[in-house]
Design a protein around this ligand. Structure first.
Ligand SMILES: NC(=O)c1ccc[n+]([C@@H]2O[C@H](COP(=O)([O-])OP(=O)(O)OC[C@H]3O[C@@H](n4cnc5c(N)ncnc54)[C@H](O)[C@@H]3O)[C@@H](O)[C@H]2O)c1
Length: 256
């Protein structure tokens, strides 16, 4: 049993966690209500309150989801919620002696790879002559953010590396793909549903990945792609087997 603080508990992924992961004492934090039986209404801009919540609930693990979650170049809102807010969550965790932080990063930290062959073709649904013939994007690739939003997630990953190397906190950064409330790759974003056949992550696979991160004792500073085992995935998930004893199972092709 871990004592886990979930920031952004009132959102989509916060809801998936409380629905699908058992055997932990969860405390939810958000500026809106959540399904968590213990929910604290608070803004991550308040670092004092974050620290007090972590200490009074003996939090050992933080799942940091709270953010402005859209691909956006709106600097002020990204700066406040995603950059300063994430720094507050990490620093409060350090003061409260939290052992592990699971950080909701994003595929948009490496989104500009999608301008390159063959990823460009794959996310457009053009698979001609590609079968089994390309390298997946690896978790340790150079970051190539595609927006201020993507930059804020790359910032969170770097913050995580710093807090791991300087303070020893275990950090798992999840570069989450496409998770939607319909749990389907048929739902398009502004990029269109063709992209989702590469990027979709089922609710079960996301919950499985997060639960494996909670349980694993092998995490140091690690980056994992949160994507299902889609035939046309462009990101490498092979590091999950060794560190987390976990691999995603869903495949977007079952929806075609
Ligand atoms: N859903 C996806 O496909 C996806 C993909 C990649 C990354 N992510 C990341 O996962 C996380 C969760 O995403 P989601 O889809 O559940 O988003 P969501 O918008 O449904 O949930 C985010 C929650 O964070 C809360 N929040 C925002 N700012 C806050 C603040 N300053 N203080 C406290 N709470 C605040 C919101 O009220 C909201 O309930 C986000 O960090 C997002 O960037 C999501």
């Amino acid at each position: 049993m871990n004592n886990i603080l979930v920031t952004g508990a009132g959102g989509l992924i916060g809801g998936i966690i409380i629905e699908k992961i058992d055997n932990n004492n969860f405390v939810g934090l958000d500026i809106v209500a959540s399904k968590y039986s213990k929910t604290i209404i608070s803004d991550i801009s308040d670092i004092e309150k974050l620290k007090n919540i972590m200490l009074s609930n003996k939090i050992d693990t933080v799942i940091h989801l709270a953010a402005y979650p859209s691909v956006s170049d709106e600097w002020e809102i990204i700066r406040k919620n995603n950059i300063e807010g994430t720094r507050n969550v990490f620093d409060a965790s350090r003061i409260a002696k939290v052992k592990k932080i699971i950080f909701a990063s994003s595929n948009h930290a490496v989104g500009l790879y999608e301008n390159d062959h063959p990823y460009k073709e794959i996310i457009s649904g053009n698979y001609d002559n590609l079968e089994g013939d390309f390298d997946l994007i690896k978790p340790d690739c150079l970051v190539r953010p595609d927006s201020f939003y993507g930059i804020s997630k790359a910032f969170g990953e770097n913050l995580g590396r710093y807090f791991h190397e300087k303070y020893g906190i275990k950090i798992a950064c999840l570069r989450i793909g496409t998770v939607n409330k319909d749990n389907s790759p048929l739902i398009g974003t502004k990029y269109g549903s063709k992209r989702s056949f590469a990027t979709w992550c089922s609710h079960d696979d996301l919950a499985g990945l997060i639960e494996a991160c909670i349980i694993s004792e092998k995490i140091t500073f690690d980056i994992f792609f949160g994507v299902s085992n889609n035939k046309w995935k462009i990101w490498d998930v092979s590091n999950q087997k060794g560190i987390l004893n976990y691999s995603p199972k869903s495949n977007a092709e079952s929806f075609r």
